[in-house]
Ligand binder design. Structure first.
Ligand code: HAM
Length: 423
């Protein structure tokens, strides 16, 4: 065994599972593309202060989970823990906000959080995200949410629920926050929770301990303290979701781990995943662009966890995508047959057929085993006698059915057998 192992807490994907991973990512991305979002490719690391300022100095992500280091020029850089701050930086830097609004972007790739690894919680996690920037329209919130829901449904998932709430904005949250703090100060809470109540009282609402939950039963809730404008916005988002046929439940105690959220926030929760049940989340972040030095433009978006969505597929017994590596597996017996099949494989690939070949002079038995493992529908076997007769044997691997195919017209024959075009 090698002395090297992968860093702790990082899922790696190999065939055949990697095909399912790619299919999950592709389905989620496909839903965004169909709604007019364009792809952005952004740096994996950025200036540390971008995340500190963007995500929030008091969040766990910033205080405990960032991979931060000095590069060789002495600059403090951080592996991106999430995508929204980087997208905003790029939009401002490249002036995209001065063009047509909203700016609609999507991204896919790895993010890094130094969390305690466990099932579904990784230090390198994969997300598909979208951001719609520059228009404060509740219909856009609903669009973003519906894209995520469509992506999950396209995969065949059904065991999840969408939770939504509104976190208000600068016009109503400060008053609510003060009221919640007053309420919390009167409770017999432990020191750590008291401290949390002073720094970020909303997060106390998310406490999972039964005794604390009981104390919080009558806590004031943001949704009951929304400004008329925020309430109207929230009602309209719910109306649009209903029109779009997207089912949701309201969770007025929802707490997101990032500080930039305003108004609409949401989470997709899967019941089959245990503690790490969030398969995606997002919301509106109307103050973020100004906070990062840009125009005061609004924004709304989501990040969907590809790793966790894949786990959800496994739990529900859904197989996303095709795990077969090829359609046809060529089995040459002897050098002359090999030369013929190598050439034929090239011709078939040029016609779009996925083809592999038993390299290394494997015998018939070993080669057929390899054919089975490849997931191919057909094996194309050529022995010395076949060659002399100008034939190949096309074997359907699931049934064992076999028939001879003239080698000269083999491309057409294979295409026909696969149900494709032969012209
Ligand atoms: P987030 O809720 O921190 O939001 O992450 C989004 C999703 O990424 C989570 O729902 C989860 O599925 C996945 N995820 C997060 N941490 C881990 C982990 N350690 N291991 C595995 N999966 C994980 C954001 O990142 C925001 N940037 C989303 C957003 C975009 N809001 C507005 N625009």
């Amino acid at each position: 065994m090698s002395v090297f192992t992968a860093p702790k807490g990082i899922p790696e994907y190999f065939p055949p599972n990697s095909a399912a991973f790619l299919a999950v990512r592709e389905k989620l991305v496909g839903a965004a593309r169909r709604a007019g979002y364009g792809y952005v490719e952004l740096p994996i690391f950025e200036d540390t202060t971008l995340f500190a300022r963007g995500v929030g100095e008091s969040t766990d992500v910033v205080t405990k989970e960032m991979y931060t280091f000095a590069d060789r020029g002495g600059r403090s850089v951080t592996l991106r823990p999430e995508g929204t701050a980087g997208v905003m930086r790029a939009v401002i830097e490249h002036g995209l906000d001065r063009g047509q609004l909203p700016v609609k972007l999507y991204y896919a790739g790895p993010f890094f959080r130094y969390e305690r690894p466990q099932a579904g919680r990784y230090r390198q996690l994969q997300q598909v995200g979208v951001e719609a920037i520059g228009v404060d329209d509740p219909a856009l919130d609903a669009e973003v949410i519906a894209i995520a829901d469509t992506g999950f449904r396209d995969l065949g998932l059904s065991g999840y629920r969408l939770e939504i709430t509104s976190l208000g904005d600068a016009s109503c949250r400060p008053q609510y926050r003060a009221e919640l703090q007053d309420f919390l100060r009167k409770l017999p809470l432990d020191d750590e929770t008291r401290q949390r109540a002073e720094i970020n009282p909303l997060r106390v609402l998310d406490d999972k301990r039964p005794d604390v939950r009981e104390l919080l039963a009558d806590a004031p809730l943001m949704v009951d303290h929304l400004s008329p404008e925020c309430r109207e916005h929230y009602e309209q988002v719910k109306g649009h979701l209903t029109d779009l046929g997207v089912k949701f439940v309201e969770n007025p105690r929802m707490v997101r781990g990032l500080d930039y959220y305003t108004k609409t926030t949401f989470e997709f929760v899967h019941d089959g995943l245990g503690a790490q049940s969030g398969i995606g989340g997002g919301g509106r972040y109307d103050g973020l662009m100004a906070e990062l030095g840009g125009q005061p433009l609004s924004g709304v978006g989501f990040g969907l966890g590809v790793d966790r969505t894949l786990l959800a597929c496994e739990v529900e017994g859904v197989t996303p995508g095709d795990t077969a590596r090829c359609d046809v597996f060529c089995v040459p017996l002897g050098d002359a047959a090999k030369a013929r099949l190598v050439a034929l494989a090239g011709q078939l690939r040029a016609r779009g057929v996925r083809v592999d070949l038993a390299y290394g002079g494997k015998g018939l038995k070993g080669a057929m085993k390899a054919a089975d493992r490849s997931g191919a529908r057909f094996a194309l076997v050529v022995g010395e006698r076949d060659l002399a007769e100008g034939n190949a044997q096309l074997k359907e691997l699931s049934t064992g059915e076999q028939r001879a195919l003239p080698l000269d017209g083999a491309v057409t024959g294979v295409l026909r057998a696969l149900g494709g075009s032969d012209t």
